[in-house]
Each structure stands twice: as C-alpha cells, then as structure tokens.
Design a protein. Structure first.
Length: 275
C-alpha cells in the first residue's frame, strides 16, 4: 500500500434499478463520507478488472446481481485472486458470494434455515405446505423466483434450482454486521412490504442466531447482512446470508445510526488495508 492516503476503487452500478430501493443514493452517501479518509474513485462492475491495478484495494458495494455481468465478474475474481488484489468483501465468502449452495449445506447440517433441497429424491425432506418457492441457484433480488403447488415440484427439482416450503412468516428481519460486530437491525413489520423497514430491537437470542451464521462464514473483514424470517412457531429461520454486495438500507436509519455505521466501516477498511 502506498505511503499516501489509501486509494480505493469503489465498485457500484449507479444506474441499477432495484424494486423498492435506490441503490445509487446509498453509494453516493457512503462515498461522500469515505472520501474523508481515502482517495476514492467509482466504477461500474464491468470495468473493475481493467482499473483495479491502480488502487490499493477494491470495495464491492451495490454492484447489482452478478447474473447481469457474470463473465465480467468471473474475470474480475480470477484476476484479483491471481494478483493478490485486496477486495472488500474478501473473495473467500462461503454464502451468496459463492452462489446458493450454502442454503443446502446449512439445511442439511441442521442450522436454523428454511428447509431447502434441489433434487427430486430429496423432496420428501421438505415439510408439507400448500405452496413452495422455487428459485434459481444463481439468482438474486428475487429474479426468476416462482411459487408453485406440490404437484408441480418434481418437474422443478433439476439441480439448478432451490426448492423451499412457502413460509407464512410474521415478518422479515435483517441484521447488519461490519466484520463480526452487529451495527443495527431492521425489520419489515408488514410481510407484503419487504422494503418498508423500521428499526428492530435485537434480543440476546436474536443476536446469537445471527452471529452463528457470521461465524460460520468466517470473513475477518467486510459487511454482511443476515436475513431471517419469524416463522409461525416463533423461531427465526435464515432466508439469506448476503456477503457479496448487501444493500444496507441506510435510509431507514437516523443520522446517528448512519454516522455510527460509516465510522465502523471506515475503521474496518483501515484494518483491512493494514493487513
């Protein structure tokens, strides 16, 4: 790393249109604040591989679903790993960064996850339900997700999709971590309005639940979002562990909450750059 202020290549797609969210606003806010500590430039994910050699580290933020630029992303990963480029989040993540296989692995290992299978011979492991959710293993942001009845399941389990029972949950809640430290939690009290989020008071049991997945993922540095739903029995079940480019919903925080998050992210990036 250079002796001058650290240089960060901040990867984002400012034009990405997400349902119910404005990704660009979040990255405009974060980059405006990070410039106090870092020399920083923004680029589209398709350009990251060509530009990253001029920077001390690459920060992947709201870069949109990888499905939209998979070849470019794989080229970026390969080049970064080959050159030893510092990438934040580190490219060793075991969750969404590596696809959806982790949901199968965690489900099979008995973690508190929505039961998940991908093969016809495993359909019997799912609890009976009126409806089931079918989504691509390489999907993101609900792209390609379908809801089907049980009689249609055998034709859906072809190894490229995940199949889960449709859970009539009370609400969804997200826990936001920087490194291994919980920063805040938000929930959607109305299940039909996923992105109308409000602050959530975390109980010790909630924190134990969320931290279990962060510990499993093993990232020493980075931003992670643990998404869960409150099942009919009252327990939390993992929906997703986002470790590639989690949207942070900073607009749902007050000024003090945003300030605290930016400070934690800044400290984390300094630690990351220092090795």
């Amino acid at each position: 790393m250079s002796a001058a202020r650290p240089r960060l290549l901040y990867v984002t797609d400012l034009a990405y249109q997400a349902r119910g969210r404005r990704y660009c606003d979040e990255d405009i806010l974060l980059t405006s604040r990070l410039r106090a500590d870092f020399d920083l430039a923004l680029c589209h994910p398709r350009d990251a591989a060509a530009l990253m050699d001029a920077f001390d580290a690459v920060v992947v933020r709201n870069s949109g679903p990888v499905l939209g630029y998979r070849e470019d992303y794989e080229a970026f990963r390969e080049r970064a790993l080959s050159a030893g480029t510092l990438v934040y989040n580190p490219l060793t993540g075991r969750a969404d960064m590596a696809g959806k296989q982790y949901l199968l692995d965690l489900s099979a290992a008995g973690f508190p996850v929505i039961p998940t299978v991908d093969r016809p011979e495993d359909l019997h492991r799912l609890p009976e339900a009126d409806r089931y959710v079918v989504k691509p293993k390489l999907g993101a942001d609900s792209l390609g997700m379908r809801i089907v009845t049980a009689d249609l399941l055998p034709g859906q389990a072809d190894g490229t999709t995940l199949i889960q029972p449709h859970v009539d949950f009370a609400y969804e809640v997200s826990f936001y971590f920087v490194d291994q430290d919980l920063q805040y939690a938000l929930y959607a009290p109305h299940p039909d309005r996923r992105w109308q989020l409000e602050p959530y008071d975390v109980t010790p049991d909630d924190l134990e639940f969320a931290r279990r997945f962060v510990d499993w993922n093993g990232l020493a540095h980075g931003v992670q979002r643990v998404d869960a739903c409150r099942a009919p029995g009252g327990e939390l079940l993992l929906v997703e562990l986002e470790d590639l480019n989690p949207y942070l919903s900073l607009d749902a925080l007050d000024d003090a909450g945003r300030d605290a998050f930016v400070a934690a992210l800044t400290r984390s990036l300094h630690r990351f750059l220092a090795g």
